[in-house]
Design a binder for this molecule. Sequence first.
Ligand code: GLU
Length: 282
Amino acid sequence: MAELFFRFAPSPNGRLHLGHAYSALFTAQQAKIHSATFLLRIEDIDQARCKPVFAEQAEADLRWLGLDWPQPVRYQSRHMHEYTVIIDRLERLGLLYPCFCTRAKLSTAPGAKDPDGTTVYPGYCRLMTRMDRNRRMTAGEPYALRLDMAKAILAAGPDLSFHETGCGPDGETGVVACAPQAWGDVVLARKDIATSYHIAVVHDDAIQGITHITRGIDLFHATSIHRVLQSILELPVPVYMHHRLIPDDTGRKLSKSHGDRSLAALREEGVTPDMIREQLGF
Ligand code: GLU
């Protein structure tokens, strides 16, 4: 039987908190149920926000929780050139275009919201002439590369779906039809980060042979974008299992940016890994 691989893939932009502990323990539990290998991946493409010290601390926190994984750990920041090759490939397929819109311009743009609540890009730069594009690029104007979603959906082929063994925000489970159009022309690379979560995650899941993806339900809708990219790039399709998020005392999703209590702070207060497992239902 083929070997199965699960992964926990935190972004080290702060200390890990209970939400991470839940996701990591959930993934390890599922890996065990399936007699699979649990892998750790460090998603640190955003080198302005992700610090090596947070990655080191994340590994230590996970070990403290009792988790273990094979070496070497894949750090995305060490593979940026691989993502560039994919961006070039999508560009050659005519699926990307440069977008010169500033944050200020986008903040006032009208239109529908994407599943994350951000306004869908109205396509201002999509119809720019090649001459205008070249002129602005040659002049050194900063730009992002956007996926032309309508073209990408055509290139990906009809009836895209994924297999959900957990459940989505509206109870979606089993074979779920993708709805990538809801995202519009997403950014796949920008001036400061030459790739994006979407590119790095589909590439890494393929290269690491990930057969099962367990992650928070907040990423459920992004799976539609990932399926489009997997299809165009001819990558294998993992099974998906989205899990609940751990709210804080006020019902908000825990996040590093809100300064929620970290695993390190809990440990210092005398909380043990067993207490954390019990609190999270493991
Ligand atoms: N790096 C992402 C995060 O920390 C997880 C990505 C994924 O599991 O696909 O939220």
